[in-house]
Design a protein around this ligand. Structure first.
Ligand code: GDP
Ligand code: IMO
Ligand code: MG
Length: 419
């Protein structure tokens, strides 16, 4: 069976930590969507690792790490990540990159900045070139890994740069220089060539051999290009469908689908956010939870946990279990609120809807819980948690009809309860 870990909200729920926990028993860990807009943190072995492209499971030397066809790859960033891991004592000899994954090139990054600057309603992208790279994929002019490491790279690059320069020039942006980009990037192609292969057939063989596969979601459900709060979303499908299209694994092989949440919520970038706390409690959560972007260092917007949005995520992804992080953080507050419904146009609404007007005009309806859990970082079993903490968890289970399978009690690898 293939297990999947997905972000259930707006990203940064602590997916890296849950992947790290499950990867110890996995033969393969697969990224299937997004690119280095992701930042997945793992605190282990005295190090703080921040993964942007390489699957977080790589810390377990037994697991083969795969970048699937649905991922967009900035080769410069990938090589930096490989080098950083090597210098921390991880040899990276178990990395495989799909021949069908698309490249992010310097003009994608420039275009990302350009489009963001001319947009009336800013999205707040990570400016990593993600949107423009996916645009090229769908426009069918993108450059895939197999092209990058093969003989066609030079001509494909020349053609793309010629076309992108027309747009960049029209908006007064500096044009890309083909010769210098080609000379730099052919060096990266040489370094990455040995990792490029047909990862789909590799995964099919692994399924036949009963190997354990873990799919690592990046971004999150409410940032999904189809099901998220469009247009304030990313340009891929971080939801369950993305697993199949971004790796080539058929739906019937998928087993557990874990949705990761925090005991509160956060969002980075623009867009509606019903339970946002634009006040001192939001500021307090940000400081207690160290809520600053792993990738862009931006302060994250913080708020209460939203059951209306969580139930949407459960239905969309067919979540079989919930992983909840930062129970320790929320337990430092005196009082905790949980959004159980919205008030929209004077009526109680329990169904989430990504319509912008609906989200902007919905008001959260809260239930209140006791905080002050004390130090829970050493609790190893659910039973050891204080009653107040259990009450909060059990109410979430009741409202979602879904079991909480993992509970994060601190940032470290060891601070986790598995039920
Ligand atoms: P991801 O993108 O979903 O992998 O999440 P990020 O790594 O961007 O952000 C999650 C942050 O919360 C990281 O700094 C983690 O080290 C931290 N973290 C994860 N789980 C817990 C937890 O249970 N408690 C605390 N205090 N920190 C956590
Ligand atoms: P992980 O995997 C949080 C957000 C950006 C912006 C929007 C579009 O660490 O959870 P993009 O650069 O993708 O075009 O930006 O999506 N975003 C994330 N927010 N966590 C992420 O990844 C994100 N990846 C993209 O802030 O609002
Ligand atoms: Mg992150």
């Amino acid at each position: 069976m293939v297990d999947v870990v997905l972000g259930a909200f707006y990203g940064d729920e602590g997916k890296g930590k849950i992947i790290d926990c499950l990867a110890s028993n996995s033969d393969y860990v697969v990224r299937f969507s997004g690119g280095n807009n992701a930042g997945h943190t793992i605190e282990a072995d005295g190090h703080k690792f921040a993964f942007h492209l390489i699957p977080s499971g790589i810390l377990y030397k037994k697991a083969k790490a795969i970048l699937g066809n649905g991922v967009v790859i900035d080769p410069k960033v990938l090589i930096e990540e490989i080098e950083n891991l090597k210098s921390s004592g991880y040899p990276v000899n178990n990395l495989y990159i799909s021949d069908k994954a698309h490249l992010i090139l310097p003009y994608h990054i420039e275009l990302d900045e350009m489009y963001e600057s001319i947009r009336k309603n800013k999205i707040g992208t990570t400016k990593r070139g993600i949107g423009p790279a996916y645009c090229d994929k769908y426009e069918r002019c993108g450059i895939r890994m197999e092209d990058f490491v093969g003989p066609n790279f030079k001509e494909l690059l020349r053609e793309n740069i010629k076309n992108k320069n027309i747009i960049l020039k029209a908006y007064g942006y500096s044009e890309c220089d083909f010769e210098s980009i080609y000379n730099e990037y052919k060096g990266y192609a040489k370094v990455l060539k040995k990792y490029v292969c047909d990862t789909t057939s590799m995964l099919h063989k692994a399924i036949k051999d009963n190997k354990k596969i873990l799919c690592e979601g990046a971004q999150a459900t409410l940032l999904d290009i189809d099901f998220g709060s469009y247009p304030y979303v990313t340009s891929s499908n971080p939801t369950i469908g993305g697993v199949s299209t971004g790796s080539g694994i058929g739906a019937k092989y998928i087993g557990n689908v874990y949705g990761v949440i925090k005991a509160y919520s956060s969002r980075v970038g623009e867009g509606p956010y019903v339970t946002e706390l634009n006040n001192e409690i939001g500021d307090k959560i940000r400081e207690l939870g160290h809520e600053y972007g792993t990738t862009t260092k931006r302060p994250r917007r913080c708020g209460w946990l939203d059951i209306v949005a969580l139930n949407y995520s459960i239905m969309l992804n067919g979540l079989t279990g919930i992983a909840i992080n930062h129970l320790d953080t929320i337990g430092k507050l005196d009082k905790i609120k949980l959004c159980v419904a919205y008030e929209y146009k004077g009526k109680v609404e329990k169904y989430f809807n990504t319509n912008q007007k609906f989200l902007e005009n919905s008001k959260p309806i809260y239930e209140e819980f006791e905080g002050n859990f004390g130090d829970i970082s050493n609790c190893k079993t659910y039973e050891e948690l204080p009653e107040k903490a259990k009450k909060y968890i059990e109410r979430i289970e009741e409202l979602t009809d879904t079991k909480v399978k993992f509970i994060g009690t601190g940032a470290g690898r060891e601070n986790i309860i598995v039920r």
